[in-house]
Write a protein that binds this ligand. Structure first.
Ligand code: HEM
Length: 437
């Protein structure tokens, strides 16, 4: 009897050991895959990496011509036409946050906000709110599995990612078809309109597959990065009330902040925003100290030497944005949040081209950087002029850097409107948005 018991224990122990080994093996291969992904992001790689515009296995291949076309999507005129819609989406969201009886998880909510901005404003889809919520959940499943080991077996992250991509592409195809049929009542050209028009000018009519890939890539590039920066912005305004007050003073001086908040729906203009110099410094400092993306990848086109080391042609190299910001000699007291370092008196970013690069640099610099900065500025203006907000935890959370920088608990904050109207969701906002997109 005792012998049988021992056998059973030994069998269970072997089973447990096998399970632990398999789990460890999977974890190690996952890590190796991520490392390989990082090292082989360029498309000249000989290893059998699945094709992807950014080297991500689950994102479709995007031609170089598309990148040229995309630059039109972020022109000055295009940004001016997106601005009122961005302001409406942000105002609507802040009202919803303020009317929420509990504290909200800022990182989760800013992810929803940037997704909504990408779908409604950038792509101009008039998807009903309920379907948008469902699409967001599927999108999250897609993003969670973007880094998975490319083994297409049941129950793997890769399979879940593929399934999520299929659902997303189906949803996007439906929205694109509806949009192509219904062009009436629109008062601006969104990114998708520009994409379609410009591709025709380049003598290349985009196929439905290219349109779906292009839209998915835009959402992917815009979503997590802008949510990360928005969360960092809110956290820094909470940590530094003097900065928030100085920002409010600037808005007051420019006639944007009125007593009782800013009742002006969708009235900001690009030139008004460019005149707000302190706001620009605040956004720059958030992006310096809390850069959402750690770095970028390049292929060496010509052998070169750096600090006595020879880097051969054909190698993949990574440049670190975060380390650059941490070690650049131009920044005094690098760990201190100090927006005035970018003010006229000091202009710490003016010396040298490559000390400050939250959006990368060179020919593959971020295409959406002006849109991202515009979004962050409008968010800051709306926060400063219409909201009061308090940290709902005793201390500020720790920051983690993967997959993009964000607070570990997401940042718990209670929002209140500055006047009684700010706690109401206005039905007109939804009506205005859906009338125009
Ligand atoms: C705060 C927000 C954002 C940050 C920090 C950010 C940062 C970056 C970085 C570091 C890169 C890689 C550059 C390199 O390889 O050197 C990049 C690429 C890119 N970003 Fe952004 N980004 C942001 C928002 C956006 C938005 C809103 C869009 C568009 C809707 C966008 C579109 C793109 C695209 C299309 C690329 C690929 C460019 C290429 O491969 O040539 N980004 N971004």
């Amino acid at each position: 009897m005792l012998f049988e018991g021992l056998e059973l224990v030994s069998a269970l122990a072997t089973l447990a050991a096998c399970l632990v080994s398999v789990t460890l093996l999977l974890a190690v291969s996952q890590q190796l895959w991520q490392l390989r992904w990082a090292a082989t992001r360029d498309k000249s790689c000989k290893l059998p990496i699945p094709k992807g515009s950014m080297g991500f296995p689950l994102i479709g291949e995007t031609g170089h011509w598309l990148l040229q076309v995309l630059s039109k999507v972020f022109s000055h005129e295009a940004l001016q036409s997106y601005l009122p819609k961005i302001q409406l989406v942000i105002q609507d969201t802040l009202r919803a946050w303020s009317s929420h009886p509990e504290a909200i998880n800022v990182y989760q909510e800013t992810q929803k906000l940037t997704f909504r901005m990408a779908i409604r404003v950038l792509l101009g889809f008039s998807i009903p709110e309920e379907d948008l919520g469902h699409l967001f959940e599927v999108y999250q499943q897609f993003v969670e599995n973007v880094f998975s080991l490319p083994v297409d077996l049941p129950f793997t992250g890769y399979r879940r990612g593929i399934q999520a991509r299929q659902i997303l592409q189906k949803g996007l195809e439906k929205a694109i078809r509806e949009k192509l049929q219904c062009t009436q009542g629109k008062d601006y050209s969104d990114a998708l309109d520009i994409l379609i028009e410009s591709s025709k000018e380049h003598g290349k009519e985009m196929t439905m597959q290219e349109l779906k890939d292009g839209t998915l890539e835009l959402i992917f590039a815009a979503y997590a990065t802008t949510a990360s920066a928005s969360t960092s912005l809110i956290m820094q305004l909470l940590k530094h009330p003097a900065v928030l007050e100085k920002l409010r003073e600037e808005l007051r001086a420019q006639g944007i902040l009125h007593s009782g908040g800013c009742p002006c729906e969708g009235t900001l203009r690009l030139d008004t925003l460019s005149g707000l110099h302190y706001l620009d410094c605040v956004i720059k400092e958030v992006m310096r100290l809390f850069t959402p993306i750690s770095g970028g990848y390049r292929t060496v086109l010509q052998t070169f030497e750096l600090d006595g080391f020879q880097i051969p042609k054909g190698w993949s190299v990574m440049y670190s944005i975060r380390d650059t910001h941490d070690t650049a000699p131009v920044f005094k007291d690098v760990n201190v949040f100090d927006p005035d370092r970018f003010g006229q008196a000091r202009s710490e970013d003016k010396d040298g081209r490559f000390h400050y690069l939250p959006f990368g640099g060179g020919v593959r610099t971020c295409l959406g950087k002006h849109l991202a900065k515009l979004f962050l500025k409008v968010l800051a203006v709306e926060l400063a002029s219409t909201s009061r907000f308090e940290l709902a935890t005793r201390t500020f959370p720790r920051i983690t850097l993967v997959p993009v920088l964000h607070p570990v608990d997401g940042l718990s904050v209670k929002f209140f409107g500055l006047d009684s109207n700010q706690n109401k969701i206005l039905p007109e906002t939804e009506a205005m948005l859906s009338a125009t997109v």
